[in-house]
Design a protein around this ligand. Structure first.
Ligand SMILES: Nc1ncnc2c1ncn2[C@@H]1O[C@H](COP(=O)(O)OP(=O)(O)OP(=O)(O)O)[C@@H](O)[C@H]1O
Ligand SMILES: [Mg+2]
Length: 359
């Protein structure tokens, strides 16, 4: 029997659950000529959701992770390389002629992998313009290409003025739906919601939330049932109470519980979920210890407060501004996430570790 839970990579059926409304809305959205901005904390399922929508629509697409690029020229090369994955080189050849700066294309004869680069001294914004122009030429108005920029907020690090230039190019294009994914909420909203930003109101903003309790519970019960028929619902509820419906951590904990039930002996009266949590904490113990040691006192105080109350407290005479700026920094670094009006420790096992060791 294969583990029915999957975590860490993009998920498709049968590992994909819920998101029915979101999927429907995104698909409808792609039938328009507009652009989409999808924001959520790390590992909530942005990439899986978008790729599922694109696959179901059978639309051509190019997926670019901006985080992989270390310069504008690199980003341009990445765009072309990703396009090469989905379009045969023969078809692209005539379009590549339009490049104002001649690219170098190398093909590994054993693996057939294609590499693509520009000479480093080239004017990088011209390269970017030509790369996006290539996408527009490959696309048609009948079957518009969907171009996804993952971790789009990273774009601002590449070069001053790049956002202005990108926006200028993109708004001229007719045959592309752009999708901007991002996990840094404050930076993404600054890009798309600040009046002075070139990307102000460039597309429809959508926030992806966690997976609802009921759907996730049904999914976990279905996965665990063959191994614990009687107590599957109980175990599913316990898993969700620990992970608080976080998509990635829920799948991770469920997968470990499943392995325990399948391959290890669970003693009479022993709780498989509790055992799985202990295992996960033990695996990460050293990382958590190191992490905790590297946090300053303000950070530790905030993390403890959030573990205990889910709120930022301003007691103990600490200035409110210090608390909030530290919380913002912890959010940016991915240790905290904000859900509606409360804060959470991103990693529920780190939360358990803090509870166990420090408070
Ligand atoms: N619809 C879903 N059903 C079940 N599990 C899901 C779903 N979406 C995401 N997950 C779980 O969350 C994990 C992360 O998903 P994904 O990589 O799509 O998220 P992401 O938001 O793009 O993450 P990142 O911020 O790292 O780019 C998956 O490996 C899977 O375990
Ligand atoms: Mg992703």
């Amino acid at each position: 029997m294969e583990n029915p839970f999957k975590y860490g990579t993009i998920v498709e059926e049968p590992y994909f659950t819920d998101r029915v409304e979101e999927l429907k809305n995104i698909k409808i959205f792609f039938s328009s000529a507009n652009h989409l901005i999808l924001i959520s904390p790390r590992r909530f399922g942005k990439t899986s959701l978008i790729l599922k929508a694109i696959k179901e629509l059978k639309r051509p697409f190019v997926f670019v992770n901006v985080q992989k690029a270390v310069s504008t020229a690199d980003l341009a090369a990445l765009i072309v390389k990703e396009a090469l994955q989905n379009y045969p080189l023969a078809r692209m050849k005539s379009f590549l002629k339009h490049f104002r700066i001649v690219p170098t294309i190398t093909i590994n004869p054993t693996t057939n992998a294609i590499d693509f680069s520009f000479i480093p001294s080239a004017n990088s914004l011209i390269l970017l313009e030509d790369a996006l122009e290539l996408l527009e030429r490959l696309s048609t108005d009948k079957n518009r290409m969907i171009v996804v920029f993952d971790e789009f907020q990273e774009i601002l690090q590449l070069e001053k003025g790049i956002d202005k230039r990108l926006r200028a190019i993109m708004q001229e294009q007719q045959n592309i739906n752009y999708v901007f994914l991002g996990s840094q909420e404050s930076m993404m909203t600054a890009i798309f919601e600040k009046v002075k930003s070139p990307f102000y109101h460039f597309g429809q903003l959508m926030y992806l939330k966690k997976i609802p309790f009921k759907d996730f519970k049904d999914y976990i019960v279905a996965g665990l049932s063959p191994l614990i028929k009687k107590n599957a619902a109980e175990a599913a509820e316990e898993i969700l109470s620990i992970t608080d419906c976080h998509p990635y951590y829920t799948q991770q904990l469920s997968a470990v519980v499943w392995d325990l039930l399948c391959y290890e002996k669970i003693k009479e009266g022993e709780d498989p979920v509790e055992k799985a949590v202990s295992q996960l904490i033990a695996v990460h113990d050293l990382d958590y210890e190191r992490l905790w040691t590297n946090f300053g006192l303000t950070d530790r105080r905030i993390l403890k407060d959030i573990v205990n109350t889910g709120k930022l407290s301003s007691k103990d005479g600490f200035p409110v501004s210090t608390t909030y700026s530290a919380a913002t920094r912890l959010m940016k670094a991915g240790y905290l996430i904000r859900t509606d009006d409360s804060y959470e420790i991103e990693d529920p096992f780190f939360k358990q570790w803090i509870t166990k060791n420090r408070i």
